[in-house]
Design a protein around this ligand. Structure first.
Ligand SMILES: Nc1ncnc2c1ncn2[C@@H]1O[C@H](COP(=O)(O)OP(=O)(O)O)[C@@H](O)[C@H]1O
Ligand SMILES: [Mg+2]
Length: 353
């Protein structure tokens, strides 16, 4: 039985060849050296694992992923669809002591409950009508490696209880079986939903939440790290030229402005797909704004460093959003006094009239 929800390392890897471009160290020389060696490893064309990004936000993601990779700790990746959760999950596997073991990805939302349960845990012969032979589940197939549980918020309560046992006791039974089997897997889980909210709504077990949430990494949406857009675009265009023969002569300034101004609700995946389409339409010439057919929600002038005041205003706006408009907390986060914050709000016309 082949089920599209499940993929293992033998399948084509959906990761871009990587340019882990990290210019400034985030934390000490060791980390900087580590990242530099990743850049070298990723620079080789043969590498199917290309991770592109230079923004502070992306480097923070890489930093946390690097820190946790060498352990056997459960990792939880939270981020919108298309932000690179699977890219990071594969990175954690690749950089972990389990790198020679399998990487098994299973989409928890793609299958009805019973099918999902038997895929995950396997079944014994005769467990149900049609179970003519024993079948190992994905937990067994991932033995010695990493089990990537994508869209983990969608797991049903019954399977949540069983999964909790796997994480707690490190053992499970096949469906219809009595024998306990050791679960030798490291779990990396991902969700584009707010798992805490799912707990608050009573849809997700709190104890499982804490088991998964041991080490969490939030992957910011692309619109929060727009400086990565030109780098990603460049990397993808090179990739298309190499793999599909769709070489383009580059982007016009208009096209770049469109890329920088788009909100990217589908994140890196949307960028990848938009450029793939454009690379075909441009027939070897320059990619123009028309080839991209994207909506621009704000106008950004490319190739100009942002003015300091723009950056300051945007930062203040963002922190206020994150603190639900609470000025004291926002001021603390920004490292300024409330009075200074009010001064800036007036300066940028953000203060209530
Ligand atoms: N930093 C990155 N560098 C290169 N490609 C990326 C990066 N992040 C995501 N991608 C690509 O974008 C697409 C979506 O990434 P994926 O990890 O599947 O997202 P998610 O699992 O969050 O939905 C994939 O084709 C992936 O290779
Ligand atoms: Mg995904």
């Amino acid at each position: 039985m082949t089920i599209s929800a499940i993929r293992s390392t033998s399948d084509p890897v959906d990761c871009r060849p990587a340019a882990v471009a990290v210019d400034a160290p985030l934390h000490g020389d060791d980390f900087a050296n580590r990242i530099r060696s990743l850049i070298r490893a990723g620079d080789e064309h043969a590498s199917p694992f290309r991770m592109i990004g230079q923004s502070l936000e992306w480097r923070q993601v890489l930093k946390k992923a690097t820190q946790v990779a060498s352990t056997d700790t459960t990792v939880f990746l939270q981020g919108e669809s298309g932000t690179g959760k699977e890219v990071i999950a594969r990175f954690v596997h690749r950089e972990s002591p389990r790198k020679n073991g399998p990487f098994v990805a299973i989409n928890c939302a793609a299958l009805p409950e019973q099918l999902f349960e038997s895929e995950l845990f396997g079944y014994e012969r005769g467990a149900f009508t049609g179970a003519q032979q024993m079948k190992a589940g994905q937990i067994e197939l991932a033995s010695g490696g990493v089990l990537f549980l994508d869209e983990v918020s969608e797991i049903s309560p019954m399977v949540q209880a069983k999964l909790l046992r796997v994480l707690q006791e490190r053992e499970f039974r096949r469906l219809g079986g009595t024998r306990l089997i050791k679960a030798n897997v490291r779990v990396v889980a991902a969700s584009n939903r707010d798992l805490q909210q799912a707990v608050a709504d009573g849809r997700f077990r709190e104890d499982l939440f804490y088991r998964l949430q041991v080490f969490d990494i939030r992957i910011p949406p692309l619109r929060e790290r727009r400086t990565d857009v030109p780098l990603l675009a460049d990397g993808f265009l090179q990739e298309f030229a190499r793999t599909t023969g769709c070489a383009s002569a580059g982007l016009t300034p208009d096209a770049l402005a469109v890329l920088l101004g788009h909100e990217w609700p589908g994140n890196v995946r949307e960028l990848h797909n938009a450029l793939e389409r454009a690379a075909i339409l441009c027939e070897g010439g320059l990619i123009t704004a028309e080839h991209l057919s994207l909506q621009v929600s704000r106008i950004v002038t490319p190739r100009r460093a942002p003015r300091l005041s723009d950056v300051e205003r945007r930062t203040i706006e963002q922190v206020l959003r994150e603190t639900d408009g609470n000025k004291s907390r926002a001021a603390r986060r920004l490292g300024i006094t409330r009075t200074q914050l009010y001064g800036r709000l007036r300066k940028y016309g953000l203060a209530p009239a």
